[in-house]
Design a binder for this molecule. Structure first.
Ligand code: GLU
Length: 616
């Protein structure tokens, strides 16, 4: 496909984002801090009354010219301004992600990693950047074992040991270089302004701080940044992060090498090796193994996406080191063998739960960092293999869980199923989706793993370090069923992820992109959203809003309160109620080229969808 004539050439738009925010285009449209709010808990000096321009938060937007959906109105606003000024989806996605590093600092930031999935309208190709955090070279398979026992998970989380080499800055540099028109400095402008001017604290931010308060207090740098004056931030006050604004400025001037080879990297390594534990703290905080050479060796490679055909659509996802693409893809292949449109809702949901469990069993047995373990990816994603799994599903009765993995190396047949363990991933992370007027689309999920990551802020730098290495299994989860765990720690290895940024094409054109946070429930959230949209015919906003359930090959299914459990229980499914699963964000591209951007109406306080030219 030729480059569209009106598409900006890379690097021709040096002046394109004149102070994204200075335009003040959106100022005055709402939500100044509540009067009497104390203002500026993160800021030195006198509190100021106003934050960066605020916009009302709405979960659905329809219109033209480009679209964005994130969990946060500041991030969506910054992204839509980049689009409006002529930036590409990649430009806007990086700008939004950097802003989420400010406003969602417990879920994402330059101390973490993620996966960037991109559809390029000029080539018709989907490509992905693997910006997953990486274990230091000194990390062996027993890194999380002490005296023959796995160390307590909570201790592993709040430690230097769990900090992987961050991949987010490298992802931004790679994405801008390949598909952007902005320099890194330009892409960071909006976010830097939000860091400097502040954002209005909402209930979610306050609650997440409260949930982390005990461990945040154990680190001097984290207390200083997120509990200024020793207090939780108040809802309605303005939170500023001048430390992070300076860090972004530094990165704008020196590029991401300031992390991988420069002064910022030195600070990161020092913090990992000697976490700034407050005096008198009793928590055992293990130091990490990261060295400057680990940072210098980091790479965010392009990876070929996974792809499966599903009812006339091509569903592209993230290949290992994430298990997102393979697990969503395998489950779709299994589901495609059932005529879902002709079945009643109970049967559709029954098969959705069973397909998830079967695909999760294979995820546990076969998926890890493919540079270290032999992942039978093609086989797992083949229709033939799906047939050997789908035949296990009994329409009258749920399979006993956990089910055994299948044999992707075998020669077909309907294997028996039964038996393997759970996981303990965090429920943090954030997802954003962007589409631009040229037809490019981005689905980008990024994380620092747990809400609050390792709990350790790099002193003076304004961001938290991840605890992504707790996504490794600490001991061999497959030994009991005669396998070898593909997700044990290893030197330079990437822990298996569940992040599932997904782009769906039809006849080569993008129609939908979606993703979610939520640890391993990400996979089921993305899968359920696709089934809701494609098989149950819901609109994208409804597909996202509908009550969710997540079956990850465990004895019980976690389900949100509104999920219809009654008839499924009669088929043998057992449920445990959970308040909320995921926080999805997606964009649908309609035949006429207009967009439906959709975020959560309620979960996590609701998300923010925007388009460049709203439909009247
Ligand atoms: N660390 C998780 C993963 O990579 C994501 C964490 C979360 O969503 O809470 O799958």
């Amino acid at each position: 496909m030729p480059l569209r004539p009106d598409r900006p050439l890379r690097r021709t738009l040096a002046v394109l984002v004149p102070p994204v925010l200075a335009a003040g285009l959106l100022a005055g449209t709402g939500a100044a801090p509540a009067s009497g709010a104390p203002g500026a808990p993160g800021a030195p000096g006198a509190p100021r009354a106003s934050a960066a321009p605020q916009v009302p938060k709405q979960p659905v937007a329809r219109g033209a010219g480009g679209a964005v959906a994130t969990v946060d109105p500041d991030a969506s606003r910054v992204a839509v301004e980049v689009l409006r000024a002529g930036g590409t989806a990649a430009d806007a996605a990086v700008a939004a992600a950097a802003t989420l590093g400010v406003t969602e600092p417990y879920s994402a930031g330059i101390g973490g990693g993620g996966y960037f999935v991109h559809y390029d309208a000029s080539t018709g190709r989907v490509q992905t950047v693997d910006g997953r955090e990486t274990a230091p070279l000194a990390m062996g398979p027993d890194a999380f074992v002490q005296d023959g026992q796995p160390i307590p998970f909570a201790e592993a989380v709040s430690s230097g040991l769990s900090v992987g080499v961050p991949g987010t800055p490298a992802t931004w540099a790679e994405a801008l270089d390949r598909w952007g028109t902005l320099s890194l400095a330009e892409a960071l402008e909006g976010a830097t302004e939000v860091a400097r001017e502040g954002f209005v604290v909402d209930e979610t931010f306050r609650q997440q701080t409260a949930d982390n308060e005990a461990r945040f207090r154990d680190f001097t740098s984290t207390t200083r940044l997120f509990l200024p004056g020793g207090e939780l931030p108040r809802v309605g006050s303005v939170f500023r992060n001048p430390q992070l604004a300076r860090t972004y400025d530094l990165m704008a001037r020196q590029g991401v090498d300031v992390l991988y080879r420069g002064a910022l990297g030195r600070d990161v390594v020092r913090t990992v090796q000697r976490p700034p534990v407050a005096p008198g703290v009793e928590r055992e905080v293990r130091p990490g193994l990261m060295q400057r050479s680990d940072l210098a060796a980091y790479d965010a490679p392009l990876r070929r996406p996974t792809v499966v055909g599903y009812r006339g659509y091509d569903v592209y996802g993230m290949a290992p080191s994430s298990s997102g693409g393979s697990t969503v893809g395998e489950a779709l292949n299994i589901l495609e063998r059932s005529p879902l449109r002709r079945l009643d809702r109970t049967q559709v949901l029954h098969r959705y739960l069973e397909a998830s469990a079967l695909a999760f069993a294979d995820r546990g047995a076969y998926v890890g960092d493919a540079e270290f373990v032999d992942v039978p990816l093609q086989r797992l994603l083949s229709d033939d293999y799906a047939a050997t799994r789908a035949c296990l599903i009994d329409p009258r009765r749920a399979l006993p869980k956990p089910v055994l993995p299948g044999d992707p190396y075998g020669d077909g047949g309907c294997a028996t199923a039964e038996a393997a363990g759970g996981d303990q991933e965090g429920l943090s992370t954030t997802h954003l989706t962007v589409a631009d007027r040229w037809g490019d689309v981005v689905a980008y999920t990024l994380t620092i793993e747990q809400t609050g990551g390792s709990g350790i802020v790099v002193p003076g730098r304004g961001f938290l370090l991840n605890n992504e290495l707790t996504d490794f299994n600490f001991t061999d989860t497959q030994a009991a069923i005669g396998g070898t765990d593909p997700n044990l720690p290893g030197p330079g290895k990437r822990p298996r992820s569940s992040m599932s940024p997904t782009i769906v094409l039809r006849d080569g054109e993008p129609v939908l992109a979606v993703g979610s946070p939520g640890g391993s429930t990400i996979i089921t959230t993305v899968l359920q959203t696709l089934v809701n949209r494609i098989d149950l015919g819901m609109t994208l906003p409804r597909a996202i809003a509908a009550p969710r359930a997540s079956q990850r090959n465990t004895a019980t299914v976690s389900a949100e309160p509104g999920f219809p459990t009654g008839r499924l229980q009669r088929l043998g499914h057992a449920f445990t109620e959970t308040a909320e699963i995921g926080a999805a964000a997606g964009v649908e591209i309609r035949r006429d080229g207009t967009f439906v951007a959709a975020a959560e109406p309620v979960r996590r306080g609701g998300g923010s969808a925007m388009v460049v030219r709203p439909r009247r």
